[in-house]
Write a protein that binds this ligand. Structure first.
Ligand code: FAD
Ligand code: SIN
Length: 564
């Protein structure tokens, strides 16, 4: 346990003064919705460099389907949106963060419209609003049917291109955050990166925003694209930042289940348009489970599917979308995916099962994106701002990226203030940072095999239904794999990502093992009820041997709800 929690400070050895040096006011790591929005905000306070580890289109944001939740209709209100978010969050949301999210929502949408984002409209020219699980009213704005992410990314990139103070480095992998000393509290001064063409570089920044997205690739079944390898969690942890609530991974109930195909998402909006879930006997099992049936919060639907699969022995359940009006027009992207497998949703049932979808835990931040490391901010799926509680409400994440990305970007201005003397102009000098790591023999390692073993272990032992015994096995496996993988030095992203996945997996399983209760999307079949003694964020910081606890903000204001 100790070996993991006091993980090596840097992934690679280097001598800072021998590497190319680049200076900027703000470094944004990641170019999904959170990174893009943070970069735009930070550009109002100085120069910005924004990184993406592969191409611009490789992010969770790009693949978002259902839409953006915001209380824009006159019959709706941020208060009602907040209540739904709190209710889904299972008495675990920080209420202040939720209020910020829902109150800033309508403005964030107006801003996107001003910037040229084209949302779908109904026949009267009004914004077309969809319904998704856990929402008490129709408040999901979408674009091109089920291509909301692509339209959002297009809009934000256009803005980025029109902002000369933002430089974008593509195919530029951030390995580690730079801190002058190796102890928690040492400030972040940028990152060491590897550019596909230019190799290793030191990027020095007054403020650094981490927006590296999710961790879905840690599980064998996931809706996430290959970039979601938890790099941000791992590099923040190595730099001394505090992580929180890592047990909470949200499983989306309906990923396409066709042997050999990637787990393409079948949007919850399809259920919002009337699709139902049935087992092989045509039995609509969600009706007996929750009064909102298929539109219950995600954790409930995912668990019900898993229970049904266990009862029937089938590998999947079916989504019956045959009554969804104008399926092809409303969901053109999903239609296209299904047609590759000769599935016609107007006549055929769609085979689905849950898959890892959204990482709720992450780098602990306040409502302005500050982390426990001075100079390091975090937003989007990498962050744990407290808005998602123990189970995120559908379509709240694009909004979270917009709202908290903007706030984090704006906060970067504080790094120029006199209160932060260690960061004031001239830009931080290339301190003679040195990372010494002894040579290691990596000859016998098959990284693909390590990855696939860890992903299977996470799916089996830290999946939708967990037990203490299986989680304990998983932590032992991670410790074993880590002993001969984390001591190695790699020189490409496959190795670095695998090391990040191992570290993140080790932390996630520890958090899930520690949390001896069932709450939101964390289900322990050996502790089936919610337990008030675990109503606290579990915080993990490098060097500590066990989590410290932080109270939930304003739990008493949460609405009453029956235990899941
Ligand atoms: P991402 O969009 O994932 O961006 C991460 C960025 O970080 C990428 O640019 C990547 O290159 C970069 N990066 C990562 N590691 C490194 C590194 N080491 N160095 C440099 N760069 C790095 N949410 C909704 O609200 N509505 C929806 O309809 C919706 N649909 C979804 C559908 C799918 C299939 C998926 C997977 C998710 C969906 N979500 C949806 C969730 C939502 O899309 C994500 O939570 C959100 O987009 C995350 O944004 P982000 O900016 O935090 O990260
Ligand atoms: C979906 O379209 O079902 C995904 C929405 C989300 O993850 O919020």
């Amino acid at each position: 346990m100790e070996a993991i929690l006091s993980a090596r400070r840097y992934l690679i050895p280097f001598r800072g003064t021998l590497l190319p040096q680049i200076f900027t006011d703000t470094l944004v790591i990641g170019s999904g919705v959170a990174g893009l929005r943070a970069a735009l905000a930070a550009s109002e306070h100085g120069d910005v460099i924004m990184l993406c580890k592969r191409g611009r289109e490789e992010s969770n944001t790009h693949w978002a389907q259902g839409g953006i939740a915001a209380a824009v209709h006159s019959d709706d209100s941020p208060h009602s949106h907040a209540i739904d978010t709190l209710e889904a969050g299972a008495e675990f949301c920080d209420e202040g963060a939720v209020r910020t999210l829902t109150e800033d929502g309508p403005d964030a949408v107006r801003e996107l419209q001003d910037w040229g984002m084209r949302f779908d409209a109904d026949a009267d020219g009004q914004l077309a609003l969809g319904l998704e699980g856990g929402h008490s009213s129709q408040r999901i704005l979408h674009a091109n049917g089920d291509a909301t992410g692509k339209e959002l990314v297009r809009t934000l990139w256009e803005r980025i291109r029109a902002t000369p103070s933002i430089r974008v480095f593509e195919s530029c992998f951030a390995l580690d955050l730079l801190t002058p000393a190796d102890h928690p509290g040492s400030p972040c001064m940028g990152a060491i990166t590897h550019h596909r063409r230019y190799g290793l570089q030191m990027i020095w920044a007054r403020a650094t925003v981490l927006a590296t997205g999710g961790a879905g690739m840690l599980w064998r079944e996931t809706t996430n694209p290959p970039v979601a390898t938890a790099d941000g969690l791992a590099m923040a942890f190595r730099a001394g930042a505090t992580l929180a609530d890592l047990a909470f991974m949200q499983f989306h109930p309906t990923a396409l289940y066709v042997a050999g195909a990637s787990r393409a998402l079948i949007s919850e909006a399809v259920r919002g348009e009337g699709a139902t879930l049935v087992d092989r006997n045509g039995f609509r099992f969600m009706e007996g489970v929750h009064d909102r049936a298929e539109l219950a919060p995600r954790d409930i639907v995912s668990r019900a599917i898993i229970a049904r699969l266990a009862e029937t022995g089938e590998p999947y359940v079916s989504l019956d979308a045959r009554t969804v009006p104008s399926f092809r027009q409303r969901f053109p992207g999903i239609w296209k995916v299904l047609s590759q497998f000769e599935i016609d949703p107007t006549t055929d049932l769609i085979p689905v099962r849950p898959a890892a979808h959204y990482m709720i835990g992450g780098v602990r931040t306040d409502a302005d994106g500050r982390t426990s490391v001075p100079g390091l901010y975090c937003a989007g799926e990498t962050a744990c701002s407290g808005v998602n509680g123990a189970n995120r409400l559908a379509s709240n994440s694009l909004l979270e990226g917009l709202v908290f990305g903007r706030r984090a970007g704006n906060m970067c201005a504080e790094m120029r203030s006199t209160a932060n003397a260690w960061h004031i102009a001239p830009p931080p000098a290339p301190a003679s940072l040195v990372s010494n790591i002894p040579d290691s023999d990596r000859g016998l390692l098959d990284l693909e095999d390590v990855r696939s073993s860890l992903r299977s272990a996470m799916w089996r032992n830290a999946g939708i239904s967990r037990t203490g015994a299986r989680l304990a096995d998983a932590t032992e496996m991670f410790d074993f794999w880590s002993r001969y993988t984390l001591d190695k030095v790699f020189d490409d992203p496959l190795g670095w990502e695998t090391q990040n996945m191992l570290l993140a997996g080790a932390l996630i399983t520890r958090s899930a093992l520690w949390r001896e209760e069932s709450r939101g999307c964390h289900t322990r079949s050996d502790h089936l009820t919610r337990d008030a003694s675990f109503a606290a964020h579990d915080l993990w910081t490098r060097g500590d041997e066990a989590p410290t606890l932080e109270p939930i903000q304003s739990p008493s204001m949460h609405p009453e709800r029956a235990a899941d």
